[in-house]
Design a protein around this ligand. Structure first.
Ligand code: ADP
Length: 443
């Protein structure tokens, strides 16, 4: 943050601060001015009535300034309004001095009190404070001159003048350091806020990295599991299938309709297991972080193929796209088509299930830092935040039992990872879901 920006922020915060203090100070002043009747009673009992009227009048005027302070204009002119109400008791005291003993009057102490209070209790600026101190002193001189005795005795006048000027100087110095301390405090606050914002960003990045690492670890564990499973399951499945084939050729099987039906069911079940096992192969033989293998292909063509292959599911869905002219990437074209088919059919299915009106899928493709970044976004029901982190987990599905295996996205994740890229999901529940991945450019 630049010093100018910082100063602007400080000024706006200061306005509120000053306004609050000005009001509080004004209420205190009203109370003190009215309580001053006690002083009049002790020092000038013969003037009691006239002074009491003056005190009430000044209190009412201060109250009027407070009313203005609450308005929009009051906010803008707060420092000047504060100076105005502070001068009201000073004028009153000066008038009292001129009406009583002039230089001999002890009421000049009241002027001193206000000068100190303006520096200590009010968040005044340095110049306002200096102006207030000087005006208070001039009022004192004026009051003495108005009195029939003038500035006599000179010695007392000089002592009182010096006390007033000392008070003004001390108050100005105090105001100066007070203001500096206020600014430093504000600067510290702004710096802490800035650092907090930076920490927030770092924290979010760390959470992202942690999520990615967890995902990679999970995939590696699935890989080991899948390799073992492939080995253990493939052989029995194959000989079961062969046995079923043989059994189906037996005359008893051909004669009995129910037996044939049973064998067909068993065969279909075994074939399903075979498919699952072949899907799991993607995990079993993947090497995280391995060099991309494959051949150069046009991503645009892969996109065309996948849209064609999902034409049936995409009926009624508006499919649009945005592609650069050249989309030559390096990789396993068939696997990438598989990923796209998975993303399109997931989106189509989610939108159909949710009954989305005007369902649409938009694919955006762009180059960035030598990689092709692809985003497939639909305007379907979106994904709940608690599911978002789990969609890439093998066997995670929200489909009904038997309808989806929950392997599509986890296989796609592994495919993209093999290409040195990353597949990730974003969504706003009830609004949209987007899946993005990136592929290397073919040199
Ligand atoms: P399956 O499609 O077999 O359920 P996937 O791994 O392909 O398995 O998807 C896992 C889950 O992710 C889905 O069951 C669904 O809840 C969610 N999902 C995937 N794509 C979308 C999408 N475009 N909109 C909403 N949910 C989605």
């Amino acid at each position: 943050m630049s010093t100018n920006q910082l100063y602007a922020g400080y000024q706006s915060e200061l306005v509120d601060f000053r306004l609050a203090f000005s009001r509080g100070g004004a209420y205190t002043a009203i109370v003190l001015v009215l309580l001053g009747v006690g002083l009049d009673y002790g020092q000038y009992p013969q003037q009691q009535f006239a002074f009491a009227v003056a005190r009430v009048l000044v209190s009412l005027l201060i109250a009027a300034v407070v009313v203005v302070l609450y308005s929009a204009a009051g906010r803008r002119f707060a420092p000047w309004l504060t100076l105005t109400w502070l001068l009201l008791p000073q004028i009153m005291i000066a008038w009292m001095i001129s009406q009583t003993e002039g230089v001999h009057s002890p009421y000049y102490v009241g002027l001193n009190l206000a000068i100190f209070a303006s520096g200590i209790a009010l968040p005044f600026g340095l110049w306002q404070n200096v102006v207030f101190g000087l005006l208070s002193y001039l009022l004192y001189v004026f009051a003495c001159l108005l009195h029939p005795g003038g500035i006599e005795p000179l010695g007392t006048f000089i002592v009182n003048s010096l006390f007033l000027l000392f008070a003004a100087a001390a108050s100005a110095v105090y105001t100066y350091f007070n203001e500096r301390a206020r600014f430093m405090l504000f600067r510290l606050k702004a710096e802490v806020a800035e650092k907090n914002a930076e920490l927030e960003v770092i924290n979010r990045k760390l959470v992202d990295i942690k999520g990615q690492m967890l995902q990679q670890e999970k995939m590696a564990a699935i890989g080991t599991l899948a390799a073992g499973l492939l080995h253990e399951v493939n052989n029995p499945v194959n000989f079961c299938l062969m046995a079923i084939e043989v059994a189906m050729e037996e005359p008893q099987a051909k004669e009995s309709e129910s037996l044939t039906e049973c064998l067909v069911d068993a065969k279909q079940g075994m074939q399903r297991i075979q498919h699952i096992v072949s899907d799991l192969k993607t995990f079993a033989y993947r090497k995280p972080g391995a060099e991309v293998e494959g051949t150069p292909f046009m991503f645009e063509k892969a996109l065309d193929s996948s849209i064609r292959l999902t034409a049936h599911e995409l009926r009624g869905v508006k499919v649009t796209r945005e592609l650069p002219a050249d989309t030559l990437v390096l990789g396993d074209e068939a696997a990438i088509i598989g990923v796209l088919i998975n993303l399109f059919s997931n989106a189509a299915l989610a939108m159909r299930k949710a009954g989305t009106t005007a369902p649409a899928i938009h694919t955006t493709v762009r180059w960035s830092e030598g990689r092709l970044h692809v985003t497939v976004r639909d305007n379907g029901p979106g994904i709940a935040p608690e599911h978002l982190a789990r969609v890439f987990e093998p066997f995670f599905t929200t489909r009904e039992v038997g309808q989806g295996l929950g392997l599509g996205l986890s296989i796609s994740y592994a495919v993209i990872e093999r290409h040195g890229g990353q597949l990730f999901a974003e969504s706003e529940l009830g609004q949209w879901a987007a899946f993005s991945f990136d592929l290397p450019r073919a040199e």
